[in-house]
Design a protein around this ligand. Structure first.
Ligand code: SF4
Length: 86
């Protein structure tokens, strides 16, 4: 799939109506505020997968903070390892 098509979901993100800085918060209050915007976003799943695949380690993407994305990636690695060892 070409890159333009792959990133088309970005145009539909609820965040397009907010400053980018709102999604790169410096504290938990800011993370919660960004999460609230993401909660109603129609491209939340695509956004989260993009951030996970690209290993983006800053900001709120798909309603998840950096820490939450690290946890998801860790869980996926563990599940893949368990599956490979089964
Ligand atoms: S999930 Fe959040 S960061 Fe991702 S496109 Fe939607 S509003 Fe933007």
């Amino acid at each position: 799939m070409d890159e333009e098509l792959e990133l088309r979901w970005m145009r539909d993100g609820a965040c397009r109506n907010y400053p980018a800085a709102a999604f790169f918060p410096s504290d938990g209050v800011g993370v919660d505020a960004a999460r609230k915007i993401c909660a109603d976003c129609h491209v939340k799943a695509e956004c989260l997968e993009y951030a996970l695949e690209a290993r983006i380690d800053h900001g709120v993407w798909g309603g998840c903070s950096e820490r939450e994305r690290r946890r998801i990636l860790k869980r996926r690695r563990q599940e893949a390892a368990a599956y490979a060892g089964a």
